[in-house]
Ligand binder design. Structure first.
Ligand code: IPE
Ligand code: IPE
Ligand code: MG
Length: 229
């Protein structure tokens, strides 16, 4: 029997996962421990979001600005991305398809190490037949660079207008964001999905990313749904 699709099924939730460092500091732990806890929180949120029928979950994993952090912290975060992209059994068990947006690996300025490139390619290939939630990880991502590149490519092939720019974004199939989440009490959008979030609700929470889970996700979802008429 066909079931009518609920508005929740197509929801696009985007998260700026912030506050790992402060979460660790409050516990007297090194910042790296906060990132480790953050990666585990993400695995939980992926499960919870998928169980709630969210269509698209896009997370800010690493920005083009984050490369200036101390090399040991960057190395630790890169390792955690390899771990995240390696959770294939879990992702397949939840019918989640992995996707990535960021500065293309072959473009000048790209700094993604080949080990992370490989992990991203492998996760995309190993989950490509899944039909549930799409998990997009933004890695080495910056929104203004994405838009500038898209506008330039649109110009090369004709008129520069909204549709033409949308077609040239890193992933033109990403739907508009319904709710943009930022954790840890910060109220900045930090160059994340500026184009795609043009009509998004914004959910700011004091909760640090490592503590983010189903209850917080429900708050964000109800905010997103409150705008569906
Ligand atoms: C978010 O947590 C993780 C990344 C930006 C990679 P932070 O590391 O920014 O944590 P705070 O903001 O210092 O607490
Ligand atoms: C934003 O967090 C980037 C990610 C979550 C990956 P930051 O902690 O780097 O943000 P700003 O630059 O301080 O706003
Ligand atoms: Mg931060």
């Amino acid at each position: 029997m066909a079931t009518p699709s609920s508005p929740q099924q197509a929801l696009h939730v985007a998260c700026i996962m912030d506050g790992n460092g402060r979460w660790a500091r409050r516990r007297g732990l090194p910042r790296t421990a906060g990132h480790t806890a953050g990666e585990e929180a993400l695995a939980t949120v992926v499960r919870e979001a998928s169980a709630r029928g969210i269509g698209w979950l896009t997370v800010f994993g690493f920005s083009t600005e984050n490369w200036v952090r101390p090399p040991s912290e960057v190395r630790h975060i890169l390792g955690l991305h390899r771990k995240l992209f390696g959770r294939i059994d879990e992702l397949n068990a939840n019918n989640v398809r992995v996707n990535w947006i960021g500065r293309p690996f072959d473009e000048p300025g790209s700094r993604t190490p080949t080990t992370v490139q490989k992990a991203i390619r492998q996760a995309i290939a190993d989950t490509r037949n899944n039909t549930g939630m799409v998990l997009t990880v933004a890695f080495d991502y910056g929104s203004r660079a994405e838009i500038a590149r898209a506008a330039s490519r649109a110009g090369e092939s004709g008129d520069v207008n909204v549709e033409a720019i949308s077609r040239q974004l890193y992933d033109p199939s990403l739907p508009p964001v319904d709710v943009l989440v930022r954790t840890s009490g910060e109220t900045r959008v930090s160059n994340f999905l500026l184009w795609q979030s043009a009509g998004a609700r914004i959910y700011f929470t004091e909760c640090s990313w490592p503590d983010f889970g189903g209850r917080e996700l429900d708050e964000a979802i109800s905010l997103a749904r409150s705008s569906v008429s």
